[in-house]
Design a protein around this ligand. Sequence first.
Ligand code: PLP
Length: 281
Amino acid sequence: RIAYVNGSYVPHDEAYVHIEDRGYQFSDGVYEVAAIKNGKLIDGARHLDRLWRSMEELQIAAPMARAPMEVVLKEVVRQNRILEGIVYIQVTRGVARRDHAFPSFTRPALVMTAKRLSYDAVYKKAQSGIKVTSVPDIRWDRCDIKSISLLPNVLAKQTAREAGSVEAVMFDKDGMITEGSSTNVWMVTKDGTLVTRSTKDNILPGITRQCVMELAEENQMKVEERAFSLLEVADAAEIFITSTTSCAMPVIQFDDTVIGDGKPGPVALRLINAYMDFMNS
Ligand code: PLP
């Protein structure tokens, strides 16, 4: 495997950043994960838009212009010979003597890696569905930024893992679901309406969320962007989660509650089919 690190393509095992990189010391950085299918980047423009927005919100200078970054991205995919997988992009504020405030002179650091992931395997998993575990959302109020500061998400996912679940679904102080530790969460009500929390409400604006919303509308499904509670989940016809790596993944068990008849529902399955078609188109 080959990694891109600050201007060089290096063997993955020999790819290092400096110990005084602010990403390492302060989690002072942002990232993106984008899918590769048939050797091509999926929704690349939206991922780069979001990366630029994350950098701007944190006043991290872009390590390079957008066009050369697209070239590097393609090169990382090519050098790793990946037809199906993901690319990871990370930008940190750079290397400087440790001081919380921004350093006056530093160059942002850019790292990119890629790895294989089978979307056929994801699709297969969707046919049986997954279990999720709810945990309180203990994050800050800038969850719209895709920051590498992920400790609450790490703890949430670990709690889920220990409960035998695939994903942690977080809820706020009012018992309203925010999002998953690395996914957006959707509910299908008994009357067939799709519900997902608004991106104005302190969650990450998922690229897959946006894409699935467009696919739902193309398929004449009704979508409502609003918060929904843990109590509503118990009464939902379907629950599913979306993300770059899980596509649209049906949830068949939410804590101790079996969702619907305990099998992936028709809406989620239609959407993952539509999403797979989109990826291949
Ligand atoms: N929410 C959080 C907290 C995430 O970390 C992610 C992805 O990593 C998502 C949602 C899904 O976003 P996307 O669909 O862009 O992968």
